[in-house]
Design a protein around this ligand. Sequence first.
Ligand code: CIR
Length: 269
Amino acid sequence: MAKCSGYAARMTTPYNFTHALCRAPAPSAVNGIRANGGPDPDFRGLLAEHETYVATLRDLGLSVDVLDPLDDFPDALFTEDVALTFPEGAILLRPGAPSRAGEVAHIREALAARHGRLLAMSGPGYADGGDILRLADRVIVGLSARTDRAGAEELAGLLCQLGYAAEIAETPPDVLHFKSGRGLIDEGTILAVPALANCPQFAGLEVVTTPPGEAPAANILRVRDTILVGDRWSATHALLGARGLAIRSLPTDHIAHIDAGLSCMSLRW
Ligand code: CIR
């Protein structure tokens, strides 16, 4: 774990959010990056999924601001990837996909208006927010095709300035983001696809695996007392429901066409 001298590592409940920042999809969102080709999503479908997502966060008690669409940046609706946000401040990232680098400048002002402290990566490394998993006692920074070691190390230093200890982890080469196949159920429990369950950074945590055929369900989003899950994944619903958790089912078919899941569509703090 990265040493964080001069600061006490914070212990937090990593999902007791009060605020979220989203961005409405632009018509160009249908051209969003996808690793394995595949057809474009339907724009009206994307819009409807985004609206349901924002309405759900509001219904769960969050104050949600929705920024204007950016037609020059098809993936800009995935605000999670361009910054990290905490009650203590925010960090502007350096997304690893060249077509997404320009999104950062467009969110700077909105974050400066909402956070007393705004830190920024300066490079040369890269980091995407989809590679960052917040736990109660530390922040895991996953290495991927979007987050390199130089970026992860710079980010660990910036997290330290906000009082958060960071740990750098590996992500298998065929996985987009560290969180693509993993999500937080509660402070002591992770939901993961079977291939990603054996992560050394999860030692001491319970890891629950997604049921057969439901790998995309792993990108859950815990918001306060509720877990947001894609509405197709009935066995995952049953598994989480049996643990006594409150669940909201959200449609994700269209965003899945451009490699996204539920965590990607907001910054939360
Ligand atoms: C991309 O490849 O960057 C977008 N099409 C999907 C981003 C998903 N973001 C996330 O998982 N945090």
